[in-house]
Design a protein around this ligand. Sequence first.
Ligand code: SAH
Length: 392
Amino acid sequence: MSPASKQHVADISLARSEKRAVCAGNGLTSGKDSKTDGRVPLIGLDRESFESTLVRLGEPSFRAKQLWHWLYYQGARTFGEMTTLPRALRTRLSDSCNIDRPSVSRLQLSEDGARKWLIQFSDGQEVECVHIPEEDRGALCMSSQVGCTLTCNFCYTGTQKLVRNLDSGEIINQFLIARDTIGEWPSPKNGRMISNIVMMGMGEPLYNFDNVARALQIIMDGEGIALSRRRITLSTAGVIPFIQRCGRELGVNLAVSLHAVNDEIRNQLVPINKKYPIKELLDSCRRYPSGRNSRRITFEYVMLKGVNDSDADARALVRLLEGIPAKVNLIPFNAWPGAPYECSSNNRMHSFADIVNNGGYSAPIRVPRGRDILAACGQLKSESERARRRRT
Ligand code: SAH
């Protein structure tokens, strides 16, 4: 059954006519058609390139600061609304620069308040992005790639092959679109409902490090969205060569998808383990810069019945984490059509959690969110891909 067909799901599909002009990010790496209309895409340019682009267009450099503020502090979607800029300049910018958002093909609202956007870029490729609200804050789960190369066999996204990396503009635009929907402009100082970002959507962010880094730097910039690095978590299956760079250059929180305590099982669940096995991965975590600042590394552990959930596994996990300031997120397995696993029983998960807790690590069992709209961990996949599969 398609979960989206449930009655309680508000499915706000947008009519074609309602979709605004498609565009994409800056096209810096993907060589897509975002530049075909001849306008320079501005969203996703780092500050330096942003300024030099405007200077190249003949504008004095203070204009860059004003424009940045309109785009990332005020959330302006058109040049027309930038009232502090002279009218002639606004017209010139509209002719030469592109700040259009990509289009939203579908917006779904879960009965638990989670929201999922299906976002389509100018080349027709799509990703999903999910907002998980709490009482007075909320996390936005963003994607870094269309599809994924990792082929973790418990993950729905893993069954979709990699199509391409997102560019930095496409990554930031997920955030901008979520803010448009939730109405969180201009950038509030406190009380944000999009208070955190988790790079835990589709794709492996450390396989697209440059674009992810550029996007996060822009999101952290104090004169725009100004989200603190402490409120950003990047999740990786363990691409060791980029873990240190992530700590050094971004200083965001690190989450590691561990899921198993020995290489034999992890090789099956997370095939990248064959290249970057557990011991090396944990050594790299020990050296992660934020670890030394007493910020803990999160280890994600999906609970798979009879596969990785025994008491002995829990004890081995405690031993493995020794010396790492860590917290363990136990994720109940989220099923998807044709998934080869089942979720561990409640009793099993609690017994596992108790052992890890007694070993000195906080080990909450995560309450799955947005399951009814396939928005929970490991359930993201672009709708177009699902539709293709349904037809075959
Ligand atoms: N590639 C990165 C980012 C994806 S994060 C990474 O592997 O960390 C998504 C998180 O959800 C990962 O921890 C992933 O292992 C987990 N996950 C994937 N499929 C899942 C499923 N079906 N149920 C629960 N968690 C899942």
